[in-house]
Design a protein around this ligand. Sequence first.
Ligand code: NAD
Length: 426
Amino acid sequence: MAISATATEAKPVKTKISTFDEVNIFFDKAAERLDLDNGVRELLRQPWRELEVSLPVRMDDGKIRVFRGYRVQHNGARGPFKGGIRYHPDADKNEVRALASLMTWKSGLIDIPFGGAKGGVQCDPRTMSEGELNRLTRRYTLGIEPIIGVNEDIPAPDLGTNAQTMAWIMDAYSQTHGYSPGIVTGKPVELGGSVGRDAAPGRGTVYVMIEAARDLGIPLEGARVAVQGFGQVGSWAARLLHEQGSKIVALTDIGGGVYNPNGIDVRLALLHQLDTGTVAGLPDTDKISSKEMMALELEYLVPAAVERVIHEGNAPNIKAKVVVEAANHPTTPEADQILMDKGITVLPDILVNAGGVVVSELEWTQNLYQHQWELSRVNEELLKKMKGAYARVREVVELKGVSYREAAFLVGVGRVASVVKLRGFI
Ligand code: NAD
């Protein structure tokens, strides 16, 4: 197949309703099936608390720029609020709300004692210096400091942030609260981070794929896989799938995309990205656009970048047998229906990428006890959690004849709803 491409970046589609409303379409379906009363539905749908902050930062050129930052605490019925912080030009209140609510259902589904939250700062980290990012992060920490805490709300990395960002947050918070490694997860290991946290969302993705491959009869060995997004989640998923014997035929990041029908050497792609900042231009590959990648003949398509990249416009072209949602909310509800009608299995985000929050919980536990676990113990716990959640979802798929997404939401929403009742909120 000849691949020619000009525009390589996947553009999240603009839809008539907000990302938050889209996630609530999935929530409402589950609430209906669970027969929750209207009051409980409203309580579960709406965020408990939202904070919007103004963040003045002195840039390297001496000028002051003011950024907008958000922290949304969606639901804390099952434990402290938990969720990542995103640095992205499109981060806005509705996106952060949507991601916070997904965290609530994810923590419920994976059955860890956390609620759901998310943070975001509207900025483009790729155009900012390390000093600017450090100053922005400290301002943001100061802004949300009144509502976060080791037992209240524990941020983590997400799109555009990393272990370094978490180290700055921890330092800023510790200046007024004393040494507090448990205030964030996804920190550098030297500062109380957990070994295995960086790989966890990608590793968890592959653990779910191993289970699903068996049930769906689509072996990972020899499978043609395309991965969109080659950051923390996508690069680990690609690396571990490569180890499973899958053929990574296409990879994209914000700088471009590459294609080789015989399989891309993921280690070389990582080295190339380290050198050049992108996978684009990797030797022995052709250029491929996101649009072309979506339409490839594949066993597994793994979106691992941004939301709403699978939409009404491109879902009809998808030929993959399975879509594995390593990113959060990569599929709009309309596209979800189209994929279902085409008989394509969608493994949903709240199950697939839950490995991040699983190991975040392990990191937080290690911090509370000032312990450092070995990698084998962390990965063992991760495997147990991912297998357990997958098995429960699969059971509901079979019992109720619903999709994997519907089953995952039924389990996640059901667990949060039952705790809300037990705590006597209503
Ligand atoms: P990251 O910033 O480390 O990497 C993002 C990757 O996507 C980069 O390679 C970037 O170039 C690429 N990208 C960004 N915009 C793109 C576009 N429009 N088209 C193509 N590629 C694009 O982020 P991450 O932490 O890997 O997060 C990726 C997704 O996984 C997000 O949806 C995030 O919410 C989700 N997630 C992250 C974690 C975590 O712990 N980091 C956990 C669970 C879920």
